[in-house]
Design a protein around this ligand. Structure first.
Ligand SMILES: *Cc1c(COP(=O)(O)O)cnc(C)c1O
Length: 427
């Protein structure tokens, strides 16, 4: 499938029906799978043979969709998770445990910030947050001898800062650790982080990939290029025997292409059980089929909305990476030349209060804790998703108290602009 272009792979990668088999990806709604002998099933438990035995670990519908996302990102192996949160947790925890440290961009999704700075910190994993536009020296100073990974978002939610992937990859590799990039906002349609040196990509598939507010989900993709064995002392989980799997050494048995995802499946899915429902994987697959069409429309509509807001006298500021005046312009030209995402952030004059009034006045755009939906939605992060953060943390995450996050859908842009117009007129 890798010979086909992205739009073709969105339709065909991951599942090729045989003679007389269903044309559409079947939903294998079964927790378990039958085997003729106990020995045959035992080989699966030992990771000696490939096959399905229990949907918590693997399921054919989910695996087909993971294979499709793997092809879209150009990776070597991938897995689905039950949410984007689970994807980011697994992606980091697979290589960083108690006593370890991770360097992380400060401009990240609020849920991820909380996962890292509160919950994983309680598990003994320490994070140092650096501004995505930090200098090389500042980035360098964030590393410690026990650093195991670097993490960032291609386009940060909701700050919309663009990550200099090559800069972060270079720093990570100089310290013998991989770069993990959450590529939720651009999707592989607009950016493929592996091309720029990222080693692992994560997704909240809940967003554009599903695209219709149908199913919460996540994905992890491995480029298969990071050499765990060259830094064996840092990654004992991949380079020394796993006693919970009869002494298998993942890097040895599954190679660089398969070690990371096999370990995450065999250990983390087994123990934490954040597996997607087959039905949700099916819905995600339907969304993926039209991803390139929707991304183009999201981006075109968002640019139109951003330009409209920029020219409105009741609007204090607009941030959209696709605008000519964006501070991220150079990074956008390099990493996102064909489009960024459908999310625009802006502030109305009058701050927090005016923001609430504006939101209440919207008719077509719905107030929802969501982004990247086919239907336009709008949110005030400081009072919702980011409400745990104090003002300093908000500032570090690039979220001002008056920030309104507008996730532009694929409606007719004239109707969208009319809705913004009437809500602004009422201020
Ligand atoms: C939404 C989101 C997440 C969390 O994903 P869920 O599917 O909601 O668990 C992680 N990263 C980014 C960039 C997101 O937008």
């Amino acid at each position: 499938m890798s010979d086909y272009r992205l739009s073709t792979n969105c339709l065909h990668a991951g599942y090729v029906p045989g003679n007389g088999e269903p044309r559409n990806l079947p939903i294998v709604q079964s927790t378990t799978f039958r085997y003729a002998t106990g020995e045959a099933m035992g080989a699966l438990f030992d990771l000696e043979a490939e096959g399905y035995f229990y949907t918590r670990l693997q399921n054919p519908t989910s695996d087909a969709v993971a294979a499709k996302i793997c092809a879209l990102e150009g990776g070597s192996a991938a897995m689905l998770t039950s949410s984007g949160q689970a994807a980011n947790f697994f992606a980091v925890f697979n290589i960083a445990g108690c006593g370890d440290h991770v360097v992380c961009s400060s401009a990240i999704y609020g849920g991820t910030f909380n996962l890292f700075s509160v919950t994983m910190k309680r598990m003994g994993v320490d994070f140092t947050f650096v501004s995505p536009d930090c200098s090389d020296a500042e980035l360098e100073a964030a590393f410690r001898p026990n650093t195991k990974a670097v993490f960032g978002e291609t386009i940060a939610n909701p700050a919309l800062a663009v990550l200099d992937i090559e800069k972060f990859a270079r720093a990570a590799h100089a310290h013998g650790v991989p770069l993990i990039v959450d590529n939720t906002f651009p999707t592989p349609v607009n950016c493929r982080p592996f091309q720029w040196g990222a080693d692992i990509v994560t997704h909240s598939t809940t967003k554009y990939m599903d695209g219709h507010a149908n199913a919460v989900g996540g994905a992890i993709v491995d480029a298969g290029k990071f050499d765990w064995t060259a830094h064996a002392d840092k990654f004992p989980g991949l380079t020394t025997p796993d006693e919970s799997y009869h002494g298998i050494t993942y890097a040895e048995k599954f190679g660089l292409a398969g070690a990371y995802i096999t370990k995450a499946t065999a250990q983390l899915m087994r123990d934490f059980g954040a597996s997607p429902a087959p039905m949700n994987a099916y819905l995600l697959n339907v969304g993926l089929e039209t991803l390139p069409l929707r991304m183009a429309r999201h981006c075109a509509n968002a640019l139109e909305a951003a330009r409209y807001l920029e020219g409105h006298d009741k609007v204090a500021w607009v941030n959209y990476p696709g605008l000519a005046g964006s501070p991220c312009r150079a990074l956008v030209e390099k990493y996102l030349p064909h489009g960024t995402c459908g999310v625009v952030s802006f502030g109305v004059k009058g701050g927090r209060e005016a923001a609430s009034k504006f939101m209440a006045g919207l008719k077509l755009c719905s107030i929802a804790t969501h982004v990247a939906d086919a239907k336009t939605c709008v949110l005030h992060p400081a009072s919702t998703t980011h409400r745990q953060m104090n003002d300093a943390e908000l500032a570090a995450a690039g979220v001002s108290p008056d920030l309104i996050r507008l996730s532009v859908g694929i409606e007719d842009p004239a109707d969208l602009l009319a809705d913004l117009e009437q809500a602004l007129a009422a201020l």
